[in-house]
Structures are given as C-alpha cells and as structure tokens.
Design a binder for this molecule. Structure first.
Ligand code: CS2
Length: 492
C-alpha cells in the first residue's frame, strides 16, 4: 500500500485510513508545557487533550519539552512530523484502534536551547507545566527523606542557573521570570507514579529554591499550585514491528508511534491556580482527595508489575503477559494482593478493590500488549521504595504478613546478579546498577548485605522480623530455585 510520511502536509491524505485531528492545529495556543514526551505522556495526557481540542477548545495545546541529551531521538521525530504521531491502542481482542494525535503543537529540545525552554515556561499564555520525569527524576533521597544536593546535576544547576540540566533548575528560573514580570502564577502538575506526586514536586522544588533563589520561595507558595494525581495506562516501548505494521496496514510512515492498552484513567485533585482544561469532559476524574486512588494504583498495579517483572525475569520470561499467565506466579501475585496489600488499604470510599484487582490481572495477562519485562524492571531502585516498601513498612507496623514481599525483595537481590534460572543474561538498566550488583554479589555470603542499600531500603535492615523473612526466602531461592519458592509460598 502507498504510505505517507506523517506530517501536517500529508495529514489530509491519511484521513480515510485513520482518525486525524478535527481541529486546525495552527489556531491552537500553547497553554501547557509538558516535560518528558515519552510514550506514557503521548498515550495519556496528550490523548485526553487531543480529544478536548476536537471539541473546539483552542487554549490548551501542549509544548513538549525533551529535557535530557538522551531525548534527541524523540525530539527529532516530533520536529520531523510537526508534533504528530499515531497512537495505536491494542484492544482486548487483538484489534488495533489507530488515531493521529495533534495536541503537541510545539516541541523544544532543552539541551539545545535552555533559555527558550525557560521563556516558554514563563510565557503568559502557559498556565500549566506538567511533568513525566520518572520516579527517579524527583531527586528524593529515601535514606534522608530529603532533596539530594549531592547530585552532580543539581550542583551544576546551582552554578549555571541559565543553562540548567534538571527540572528543578528550569522551574526555578521560569518561576523567577514570572515573578519579575509580574505575571500570574501557574500550576505544576506531576504525572509520575509517586504517592502524593504534587506534594513531592512542591517539597523538592522548594528545597532547591530555598538554596538557589531563597527570595522566590514565598512567591511560589502564593502563586503556584501542585495538584496530586493518579495516572494510569500501560504503555510498552514501541517495537520495530509496530512501526512496520502501521506502515503496511494503514499507509502511515511514522518513525515513532505509541502503542498502549485500551484502559486509561486519570484522577486529579482540582487545584489549578491559573485555570485548567475541562479534561473531565473527555474522561478524567476530578476529586477532592486523590490519595486513596494513588495508593491503590501504586501498591497494586505498579507493585504487581515489579513483582511479575523481577520474578518473571528470573524465570526466563521477557514479557509481562508471559509472567502473568504462569499459573503459580499468577496465584502468587493474587496472594500478595490479598494478604499483604488489601489489608493495609482498608476500605477506600467509592472503590471496589475486588473489581480493581480482577481488572488488573486481566490487564497484566493481555497477550497483545507484550509489555517488556526489561522496561518494567528498569530503575527498580527508584520503583521499589514507592511501589513495594510502603506495603512492607505498613505490614511491619501492624505485625502482619510479610512473606510474599520478602520473597520479592530476595528475588530482586538474586536478579541483580544478572542471570536467569537458565543461566542466561538478564539485561538490566538502573541508575545504581553497579551498587546493586556489588551488594548482590556480597549477598551470596551474607544475604542481608543487599538490604544495606539505604537510598532504597531506608532502615529496613534494622527490622529483625523482615531480615529473617528475607534471609529465609533468599536461601530458599538459591537452594531450590525461584519456581519452587513461588509455588510453595502460594500453597501456604
Ligand atoms: C510500570 C508503569 O514503569 C513501571 O514499572 O508499572 O510504567 C505502568 O505501566 C504505568 O504506571 C501504568 O499506568
């Protein structure tokens, strides 16, 4: 079939094979600057916003900012395609729903021109700055509970405020300009998987500002809001086959389409100091207190992912659905949820936890999604403290069940040695990969050493009860293998 390179010029030619933006993108003003234009943002917020723009709203276009050197490829793709990309939803029956998204109307590459990004964030038409900078991007130190000033990039930003490298340097300079110019404030909205992501953003930003630009802090407190939000849509990394299929079946030559599951959810606290898009008209939920939704999602979905990922990797699987469809691992995850998570969640108003759990297990098992275990396990050192350790700490407090989580953490120690049960290499990506590996090696002699990584586990190694459960699980994995341990823990 004839294919067309995806860009503004060719858009009308694609309208018979795919749904395209129904609005004039040139008339859309940028009301939102979004930092971190990875797959998740493009499957989630940009999709909600695209639907809204289809309803004749014109004030809420997105300027996508690629923050890191590493983001060159996505920036170049957006530039080549005039910000357009295809969202391919892999439905439960395996069919594909394709849609060209047009809500990213501008795009900037921060390393190339930092001042342009600062100006854009400070521009009067921009009312909201949204972030998907990953769990590790908040520069929070689990051991101290505070902002990490030891981070070299933060130190760089303090020395070079006009050419920052971190989100904190950018936000500080942009807010400073807003203040100096007498502009209204704005909302900074995190879309990352962190409990109280708005609170976290505020706390971390103010910690930095109090050192870098102390006189700006009171203005921020008065003029900037930080709503918390729960975000959800499973968005695997795009595979080469997704690109080829799109070209062959729909004639769209898109260098970087985004693929995702059909499920989508966004629960947001309604705290937007300078106004907001009516995202509720396209399915987002605005609530007064988002904490229960966040807690539920992080401790069930994200933790579930990490469990399937780490244990699945050891079992030799490469995608989440393979792991989720292993009957023993499926039962293990169910038991973890039942015995260790649900009891600490209690009754969440308006939420049916049983239904949520069932829908999660179905989502994990969807074999059309093929979510990569490598993606899920990447940066586990930033994920475990958010997804799993709060459950462990809560169970310790109420002297409840710990064995499932202990096995998962022991499995992570074994995973960090880098070999699966068949001796094949596990490819790992983590900011502290070397430390994990070093501690994992030392754990062969003394398993507890792995728990000494304070930036991940905090003071968990001081809990005798946890250390005992973890050590037992570790030794059992080494002696009998992961499969037997998972099966046995289940049958208890
Ligand atoms: C995943 C998330 O990164 C991870 O470990 O659990 O990316 C997950 O797919 C999303 O949060 C789903 O909403």
């Amino acid at each position: 079939m004839t294919s067309y390179k995806l860009n503004s010029l060719n858009l009308p030619k694609l309208k018979d094979s795919v749904s395209i933006p129904q609005y004039n993108r040139e008339k859309v003003k940028t009301g939102i600057v979004h930092v971190g234009v990875g797959g998740f943002h493009r499957a989630h917020q940009a999709f909600y916003t695209d639907q809204l723009l289809n309803e004749s709203v014109t004030d809420w276009g997105i300027c996508g900012v690629a923050l890191l050197d590493f983001d060159t490829k996505i920036y170049n793709t957006l530039k080549d395609q005039n910000g357009l990309y295809t969202l391919v939803v892999k439905e439960l029956d395996g069919s594909l729903t394709k849609r060209v998204i047009g809500s990213i109307v501008e795009y900037l590459f921060a390393p190339e021109d930092p001042l342009l990004v600062i100006e854009k964030m400070a521009s009067p038409e921009v009312k909201i700055i949204t972030l998907t900078i990953t769990e590790g991007g908040y520069n929070y130190n689990e051991a101290t509970g505070e902002f990490d000033f030891e981070n070299q990039l933060i130190q760089h930003d303090q020395k070079h405020p006009q050419a920052p490298k971190t989100i904190f340097g950018y936000l500080t300079q942009a807010l400073k300009l807003r203040k100096e110019r007498g502009l209204v404030g704005c909302t900074i909205q995190s879309c990352d998987n962190i409990q109280g992501n708005g609170h976290m953003t505020k706390k971390m930003l103010l910690s930095y500002v109090l050192v870098a630009e102390p006189e700006l802090a009171p203005w921020i407190l008065q003029n900037v809001s930080f709503p918390n939000a729960m975000v959800d849509r499973i968005t695997p990394a795009t595979a080469p086959i997704d690109i080829t299929n799109l070209k062959e079946t729909s004639g769209i030559d898109d260098a970087w389409p985004v693929v995702c599951e059909p499920f989508i959810q966004w629960v947001i606290e309604d705290d937007f100091i300078a106004g907001r898009p009516a995202w509720e008209t396209v399915g987002a939920q605005f609530v007064e207190n988002v904490a229960p939704y966040e807690k539920m999602k992080l401790s069930l979905l994200n933790a579930g992912h990490s469990i399937l990922g780490i244990i699945g990797a050891l079992m030799g699987y490469s995608t989440i659905d393979e792991a989720a469809n292993n009957p023993d691992l499926h039962a293990f995850l169910r038991a973890y949820m039942k015995h260790e998570v649900i009891p600490i969640l209690g009754n969440l108003e308006g939420i049916n936890l049983q239904k949520y759990e069932e829908s999660l297990l179905q989502r994990f098992g969807n074999s059309y999604i093929k979510d990569q275990i490598e993606r899920i396990c990447s940066e586990s050192s930033a994920k475990f403290p958010i997804f799993i350790l709060p459950t462990v700490n809560a169970q310790l407090k109420q002297k409840g069940s710990l064995d499932y989580a202990a096995l998962v953490i022991a499995a992570w120690a074994v995973y960090s040695l880098g070999k699966d049960k068949n001796g094949n290499t596990i490819h790992r990506k983590d900011a502290i990969k070397n430390i994990l590996q070093e501690k994992a090696l030392a754990s062969k002699e003394n398993p507890q050493v792995f728990l000494e990584i304070e930036s991940v586990f905090g003071k968990l190694n001081q809990s005798e009860i946890f250390v005992a459960a973890y050590t037992k699980a570790y030794q059992k994995i080494i002696t009998y293998g992961i499969e037997k341990c998972v099966a046995d823990t289940n049958s208890k």
